[in-house]
Every structure is written in structure tokens, then in C-alpha cells.
Write a protein that binds this ligand. Structure first.
Ligand SMILES: Cc1cc2nc3c(=O)[nH]c(=O)nc-3n(C[C@H](O)[C@H](O)[C@H](O)COP(=O)(O)O)c2cc1C
Length: 285
């Protein structure tokens, strides 16, 4: 299964790319519309990019009234990513989406490095969200947590159904000449290939700690990358930064993944899920 990473694809501007996915994940929506951060909001850097979009979005009312009906026409399952500045924001968003049959799952963005964090813990936010919806809830965590597996265990106990791993990590790019920060917010979220080993470790450790379904992302650009995320424990992978350079990446990565699987005698992506843990499972037994 291949998804887009939240915020990395405008499905209405590129419907043919969205249709090549197994599900489309929206940009994070907040209760009220947001203009996002001041420019500059994107900077290229070695092995990836930095962004400080700051959750620009039309707000939940406009998403539900105007965008959802058009997204449904794409014919792929829709996941809605929600974000906020307090647990009550997440609860309000989940309540609004719970009654929408066209929404397959909700991703809780608990980890945007470009806006102020909610004062509550990830687990407290999941409890508040869980109380408002029976839809599958995926908690999207930061790779910068001191112990991401501990956060994963906490959100599992709080009622999350799955994990999305990982969001961006805070980084800094300096202008070559002035040596001042390039981004308007100074620091921003670092994504792309450099994130891959960090994201893989998060998937590996959280799978071991929880056994939960995991959407793996962070620097995936090839089928080989996707295979590694599945092996580490992801059941689904998501493509982010690669989509900006290669909108045809979903079909390409899917084809490459099938080649990688058959080279190892595996028939389907599910057969690869968690195989990095085989030796550990044997040792424990
Ligand atoms: C321009 C841009 C915007 C993003 N916006 C969001 C967002 O709204 N919500 C979210 O949860 N993650 C957002 N992300 C993070 C991605 O969903 C993903 O977690 C991250 O980029 C790592 O994957 P990648 O290395 O394949 O890009 C954004 C990333 C980029 C590059």
C-alpha cells in the first residue's frame, strides 16, 4: 500500500497522481483557517529540503463543505490529517469527521515542528480524540522524541489504532552569502533522504514495542526504500518529498517494490512486513 505523506500532494491540482495512490492523506487541517508562516517557507539543502509551511489550510468547515466532496470523486480512500494547539482542537476535529462516511481514517498530527505544540501529551490528545470518533486513528509522531517507542506505547494505551512514522525534524539552512537563516521562521522541518535511517529506526523500534499497524515514511524514494520500511515493521508506506521532484513516484516505487520482493522470493508487500524482526522473534521464543 502506497500513500502520500500529508502536505506533500495537492490531490485536486494533481488528480492523476492522487489516483495512483492506495489512499490520499490530506494536508493537516485545523479548526480555523490558517494562512501559515511568513515566507520564505521552502529551502533546498543537501539530501533533502526544509519547510516551514506552518499548517496553512482552509479550516475544517471549508474542508468538509468544499474539498471533501471533490476529493471523494478521485475514487481513492481519504485519510484526513488533523492538527491543533490543544487536545480540545483535536477532539473537535474528530467529532466533525466522525459522521463523514467518506473519511476512511484520521491521522493525528502530533508532531509538526513549525507551529507551537499543544500543552497536553500525545497520549492525552489521543484520549480526547478517541472519545469523539470510532474511525481508525493514526498517531503521527516525531522522530525527535527522546524515546519514540515509549510515546508509541503511550498512544497505543490511549486508544490509537496505528502509527504514522515519522514527521520532519527541526533543521536550519543558512543563506550562502549573508549566512542568515533562509526560512522566514529561521528553523524548519527537514525531510527527504537524510531522514530515512532515522525514520527506519523509529518504525523498527515502535513495531517491536507495540506491534501496531504503521505507516512508514521519511526519505522514501525507491522500491528498495519501501521494502526496508516494510521489513522494519511498516504495513503501509507514504511518499513525501520525492513527490515534488517526481510526481510519478507512486507507480514507479510500487513497480520497483514488486521487483525487490520477487528477487527475495516474496509474493506481496504483506509478506515483507516485520521480517527484520525474525531473528529477534526466534531468540525470544
Ligand atoms: C512541504 C511539506 C509540507 C508538509 N506538511 C505536513 C502536514 O501538513 N502535516 C503533516 O503531518 N506532515 C507534513 N509534512 C511532513 C510529511 O508528511 C512527512 O512526514 C515528512 O516530509 C517525511 O517524509 P519525506 O521525507 O518522504 O518527505 C510536510 C512535509 C513537507 C516537505
Amino acid at each position: 500500500m502506497i500513500l502520500n505523506a500529508s502536505g506533500c500532494l495537492d490531490a485536486l491540482a494533481a488528480p492523476e497522481v492522487a489516483r495512483s495512490l492506495d489512499a490520499f492523506v490530506t494536508k493537516t487541517v485545523t479548526p480555523q483557517p490558517r494562512q501559515g508562516n511568513r515566507p520564505v517557507r521552502i529551502a533546498e539543502t543537501e539530501h533533502g529540503m526544509l519547510n516551514s509551511i506552518g499548517l496553512e489550510n482552509p479550516g475544517i468547515e471549508a474542508l468538509v463543505a468544499e474539498k471533501l466532496p471533490r476529493l471523494v470523486e478521485l475514487g481513492v480512500p481519504i485519510w484526513v490529517s488533523v492538527g491543533g494547539f490543544a487536545a480540545t482542537d483535536f477532539a473537535e476535529l474528530c467529532a466533525a469527521l466522525d459522521e463523514r462516511d467518506e473519511v476512511t481514517a484520521i491521522e493525528l498530527n502530533l508532531s509538526c515542528p513549525n507551529v507551537d505544540e499543544a500543552p497536553e501529551s500525545a497520549a492525552e490528545i489521543v484520549v480526547a480524540a478517541r472519545a469523539e470518533t470510532r474511525k481508525p486513528l493514526y498517531a503521527k509522531l516525531s522522530p525527535a522524541a527522546a524515546d519514540v517507542a515509549e510515546v508509541a506505547r503511550a498512544v497505543q494505551a490511549a486508544g490509537a489504532d496505528g502509527l504514522s512514522l515519522v514527521n520532519t525534524m527541526r533543521g536550519l539552512v543558512l543563506d550562502t552569502h549573508s549566512l542568515e537563516p533562509t526560512l522566514g521562521t529561521e528553523t524548519g522541518g527537514y525531510s527527504g533522504p537524510a531522514l530515512k535511517p532515522i525514520a527506519l529506526a523509529a518504525v523498527f523500534r515502535c513495531y517491536r514495542a507495540t506491534g501496531m499497524p504503521i505507516v512508514g515514511m521519511g526519505g522514501i524514494t525507491t522500491g528498495r526504500d519501501a521494502l526496508e520500511f516494510l521489513a522494519a515493521g511498516a504495513s503501509v508506506v507514504a511518499l513525501g518529498t520525492v513527490l515534488f521532484a517526481d510526481p510519478e513516484a507512486p507507480a514507479r516505487v510500487q513497480a520497483e517494490l514488486m521487483t525487490e520482493l520477487s528477487a527475495r522470493g516474496l509474493d506481496q508487500p504483506e509478506d515483507a512486513c516485520g521480517i527484520s524482526h525474525r531473528a529477534a522473534a526466534t531468540t525470544v521464543a
